[in-house]
Design a protein around this ligand. Structure first.
Ligand code: TXA
Ligand code: MG
Length: 330
């Protein structure tokens, strides 16, 4: 079973950096807390390290990994920035924004991390992970720390339950404050395109750019643009029913706000993403409540309507994937 190391005190933190660095130097993956979800991190410059991520997750190798940098300077050594991408990086880093940019010619990032593409997805995370990257002196490739196709983890306990037998160390930074993965945009020339809605609201990106950015027309389009965006992802065992206005006795209910859902009192389990109707709070609770609703033994999970604005766009994206029919997962 993986060793779980807390980072609550300075002493814990120093110990965690040392232990995680030691694992990374052995080309093994380590689970790390980021502001979005827990990541399964390994040295982005080393083929054996990257292979260990794909193997641990059971992830298909055509699906490239996000490479995490300590700061913008490190990012610029690995990717080619134009004025627009620099503007976005300065506005949102460190934070939950991933930029897909042309790979820098002499970047040390191994082709296994980018699945051989000539672009790279990069972001600068908040807090512990940035410290760890600085200490290692190399970028970290890190997908979410879950078995491929399953719900992303937002606590160290979620990681332990899924991958605890397969990895050596889990750094416990508590619950991830954002709770959904980073927003991914692709910047090419003067064009900025949304590949995945996430922890930064699209409206906030548009406000910085002063223009509207293009969005995928259907999930099929995104699947080609970001190879990881397959329809059935985030799969709980129970079936998921969206925009529910009523709930059955064999279902768990995931509610939002104060709206009435008929049958709620008789539901098998009851969760409310945000009784106050706050979308950021709802995002931070989403994956934990999906997992708990799934574990309740309910046959199905009924989810109340969520407004499709701000972080609601990322929440609805993940819910649609959770509700998609099986057989299309990666
Ligand atoms: O918040 C996050 O982004 C988390 C934390 C750990 O940083 N990471 C995460 O990674 O969500 P992952 O591997 O689950 O999702 C990465 C997504 C995939 O859909 C992948 O296809 C896309 O990013 N991606 C990565 N590099 C790309 C590239 N060069 N071009 C297009 N899509 C890319
Ligand atoms: Mg993932």
């Amino acid at each position: 079973m993986a060793r779980i190391i807390p980072i609550a005190t300075d002493k814990d933190r120093a110990e965690a950096i040392t232990a995680a660095t030691e694992v990374l130097m052995r080309q093994r993956p380590v689970a790390i807390p980021t502001e979005t979800v827990y990541g399964l991190a390994a040295d982005a410059t080393h083929p054996a390290a990257i292979t260990s991520i794909y193997e641990t997750k059971g992830r298909p190798r055509f699906n490239p990994l996000i490479c995490h940098m300590a700061d913008l300077a490190m990012a610029e050594r690995n990717a080619v920035f134009d004025p627009l991408s620099r503007k976005l990086a300065e506005a949102f880093w460190p934070g939950p924004l991933t930029l897909v940019l042309p790979l820098q010619e002499n970047s040390g990032i191994h082709p296994l991390a980018t699945a051989g593409l000539d672009s790279v997805g990069i972001r600068v995370p908040v807090g512990f992970t940035a410290e760890l990257i600085r200490n290692l002196g190399r970028p970290l490739a890190a997908p979410s720390a879950n078995s491929s196709g399953r719900i992303s983890p937002t606590t160290a306990q979620h990681v332990a339950a899924d991958l605890g037998q397969k990895i050596d160390v889990i750094i416990d930074g508590g619950a991830c404050p954002v709770g959904v993965e980073s927003t991914i945009v692709k910047v090419k020339g003067g064009d900025v395109r949304l590949l995945r809605p996430g922890g930064i609201a699209v409206e906030a990106i548009e406000a910085v750019l002063g223009t509207v950015i293009s969005r995928p027309k259907a999930s099929g389009t995104a699947a080609i643009e970001a190879p990881g965006m397959l329809a059935s992802h985030y799969a709980p065992d129970a079936s998921v029913r969206l925009n529910a206005t009523s709930v059955g006795q064999d279902e768990a209910l995931i509610a939002f706000g104060s709206g009435d859902i008929s049958g709620a009192a008789g539901a098998k389990a009851l969760f409310n993403l945000s009784p106050a109707g706050d979308l950021a709070e709802a995002a931070s609770n989403l994956f934990d409540y999906l997992k708990r609703a799934d574990a309740s033994g309910a046959k199905g999970i009924a989810v109340a309507p969520i407004p499709n604005e701000g972080l609601g766009e990322a929440i609805n994206d993940r819910l649609m994937r959770a509700a998609a029919p099986r057989g299309t997962e990666e």
